[in-house]
Design a protein around this ligand. Structure first.
Ligand code: PRP
Length: 216
């Protein structure tokens, strides 16, 4: 039997995904060893392989077919813009992509101002400002702690993920506009979807059943 390979975004999503998979009988004993340095894990009996990757690389592995199925945030899917099927919203890891800044920056979002926008998500930021708001802006790509940018004067606003809003609050910033809601998604390689349709469809159906029960 051919293996079905899963690429999981490292961190919180991976842990939650494996807990969920366990509920539908998709398990991987090897993965539970906290001291392992292994990168890929196999369940020979069930014909599954799992690997953990940097979130932004998950869509790449799935597009090229190195993984059949990926679990990754909608933010990464939008930013990477890969050719793949997004088949299911797992409903966890819920947060929002927002334009944030100090209250004083609100008036700069009227569509006419040439402002600087800092973000870890330059494509999402560009798409939002150019295609939705029709506002010409300068996008500045950062790699983390994006909230710093408006505080130290690198940019007027940021486009970033807001979960609890604590980071914004503690830094005197606020949500100015919402770009889109986010959550963890299941993505599938386009060829795998045809070649392994039965097995992949079964996995999605099982996940749906479990999550519908949990949601009541
Ligand atoms: C994310 C995001 C915000 C923060 C939002 O950052 O970029 O900074 O979490 O969460 P909150 O609304 O609950 O405060 P992350 O922790 O991934 O770190 P990074 O920005 O340095 O990459």
């Amino acid at each position: 039997m051919k293996y079905i390979t899963f690429a999981l975004a490292k961190g919180r999503l991976a842990k939650k995904s494996m807990d969920l998979f366990a509920q539908i009988g998709i398990t991987c004993e090897e993965m539970n060893d906290p001291n392992t340095r292994k990168l890929i894990f196999t369940n020979e009996e069930l014909g599954y392989k799992f690997f953990l990757a940097k979130a932004s690389d998950v869509p790449t592995y799935v597009e090229y077919g190195a993984a059949d199925i990926g679990i990754v945030g909608k933010d990464t899917i939008l930013e990477e813009g890969r050719n793949l099927y997004e088949v299911y919203d797992l409903g966890f890891g819920k947060c929002r992509m927002c334009v944030c800044g100090p209250e004083s920056a609100k008036e700069l979002l009227n569509g006419h101002e040439m402002i600087r926008v800092a973000s870890k998500y330059p494509h999402i930021a560009k798409d939002y400002f150019y295609n939705k708001k029709h506002q010409t802006v300068e996008i500045i790509k950062l790699n983390g702690s994006v909230e710093l940018a408006p505080i130290v004067g690198l940019s007027e606003v940021i486009v970033d993920i807001v979960e609890t809003g604590t980071t914004l609050r503690e830094n005197g910033l606020q949500v100015l506009e919402e770009v889109c809601p986010l959550s963890a998604r299941v993505v599938v390689n386009q060829v795998s979807m045809k070649m392994e349709n039965e097995r992949i469809t079964k996995i999605i159906q099982d996940l749906r059943k479990i999550l519908e029960v949990t949601e009541g």
